[in-house]
Ligand binder design. Sequence first.
Ligand code: CP3
Length: 350
Amino acid sequence: MAAPAWQDSRFMKAARREPVDRVPVWLMRQAGRYLPEYRRIREKVSFLQLCRDPRLASEVMLVTIERLPVDAAILFSDLLLILEPMGLELRFGPDEGPTLRNPIREPGDLARIREWEDADSLDFVWETVRRTRAGLPAEMPLIGFAGAPFTLAAYAIEGRTSRSFENVKRFMYRYPEAWDDLLEKLVRSVARYSMAQYESGVQALQIFDSWVGCLSGDDYRHYVLPHTRRLLASLPPEAPVIHFGTGNPALIPLQAEAGGAVIGVDWRIRLSEAWSMIGEDRGIQGNLDPAVLLGPEETVRRRTREVLAETRGRPGHIFNLGHGVLPSTPVENVLALIETVRDWDPEQLP
Ligand code: CP3
């Protein structure tokens, strides 16, 4: 049987560090509020209803791919949905981020947290994967995703976005055994969840450790690395994994030590420097500051070329932002970024 067309796509080749004709590009939050097509679909339903409706959720990603000439699609869903069947009550207010009504604060609260095992409780995710896969061009890879254990635990304990992360750190320092229990439950749950996405039709996986940057290297090594390493080692070996972190470049070598074929990094460090910390045996994804897209188009194009010049097309670079597209981003600037990556010639100077 012939290999599926996506196997030879630029994105999959770059994830395997094979040479490509040009650097592949996709953007975190490429389907989001900055895009009129997204807002139109979102007008009629709440964000959670959208995530739970496979017809609409797949449509969101398919219209995004029609609008943006990117090299990969990502499952439309949310990081926190897995926390609901584990026993946490998730809410999205009209204009605020997610909140959990019953966060974990003391070790006794773990009694109401279940390891996620019941695949039916998230059947809308598998159906969204199947529908998105079926609607995409055959050569376009579909990326699945899940939260890293630290970021999910931080949400489960803080109950909302935090500046200081004092509740999660308090729990971690005060109750190290309960912390390990919670992270172990998350590792096993996320491993199953990722496997189910893979079996439903994603070709690659991104593990988001969006909040890990609040930790020092020593705390990451002690409280997080062993758990994240276990998770990454238990993911399907056929699917390349992008291990994304943000907020603290000092963690990059440790993130690489924990695993991932590709390490996703933010804009707080030069890509060439990050790659030398990660090592030649891994790919890299990043790393334009999403706020650059709020500037004039010329700046977007120049800064995009500057990121590309950092790797000079070395096999293994997947172009992305350092974090998700901001809601106030002009669509034209997103298109200018993608066009600049597509037209870039490694011989040319920024
Ligand atoms: O990248 C994509 O286009 C795919 C879809 C996707 C969403 N969330 C859709 C979304 C992905 C991969 C995520 C992951 C996610 N969700 C993360 C990790 C990535 C990151 O940004 O660090 C996190 C931390 C979450 C939790 C979450 N969901 C937050 C903090 C928020 C609020 C922030 C905001 O922009 O409102 C969300 C909501 C959310 N997730 C939206 C979208 C399109 C906006 C919801 C809306 O329509 O109002």
